[in-house]
Design a protein around this ligand. Structure first.
Ligand code: GAR
Length: 190
């Protein structure tokens, strides 16, 4: 049986789209049980539905983190989900949620951690004038943007780069690195 994953998003969902497509094409050895978001307006929810993936809203805004995580736990149990994949999910999971699932929650972050954790990492790296930034895929622990690093990909900031150009190259690197890392973790089905 293939491993089962759920993907959490908050926004566009381009990483989620890439993962769903690569699972569907057999490049990543996993089934995507559902895509969930704290943000009912996340554009990625629409594209997940178009791909035939069930979507769920986690009630962070209406009920708070505790109830939203309870809801997530129920969904994960109901779908026998083994892997939780964070793809632009902008909420912090509580230690009570993370600890029992340590080693089974994966996140992607748009910097070379431990540099530039948190939000707006690409803008911050650009603003600091660093010459090299990149992308990190890591296991999630109780700290924010922290945990065992599984893979990193450097991205150069070139003279004359605009923020938009840098963001575009980072996102391209993310899609390749997340796919490669999930293949390393879960294997290929083909
Ligand atoms: C990605 O750049 C991801 O690394 C980042 O959010 C973006 C989501 O893009 N995540 C974080 O900053 C987590 N701290 P997407 O919705 O198009 O996949």
């Amino acid at each position: 049986m293939k491993p089962t994953m759920a993907i959490l998003i908050s926004g566009r969902g381009t990483n989620m789209n890439t993962i769903v497509d690569n699972c569907h094409d057999g490049l990543i050895n996993a089934e995507v049980a559902f895509v969930a978001s704290d943000n009912p307006d996340a554009a990625g929810l629409h594209s997940a539905r178009q791909k035939g993936i069930p979507t769920r809203i986690l009630p962070y805004s209406s009920q708070g983190r505790r109830d939203a995580e309870r809801c997530l736990v129920t969904l994960l149990e109901d779908h026998s989900v083994g892997w939780l994949i964070l793809a632009g999910f902008m909420r912090i999971l509580s230690p009570g949620f993370v600890v029992p699932r340590r080693g089974r929650i994966v996140n992607i972050h748009p910097s070379l951690l431990p540099s530039f954790p948190g939000r707006d990492s690409i803008r911050e790296a650009f603003g600091h004038g660093v010459k090299l930034t990149g992308v990190t895929v890591h296991l999630v622990d109780e700290e924010v943007d922290h945990g065992e690093i599984l893979a990193q990909e450097p991205v150069r900031i070139l003279p004359g780069d605009t923020l938009e150009e840098l963001e575009e190259r980072i996102h391209q690197a993310e899609h390749v690195l997340y796919t490669r890392t999930l293949i390393d973790l879960l294997g290929r089905s083909g």
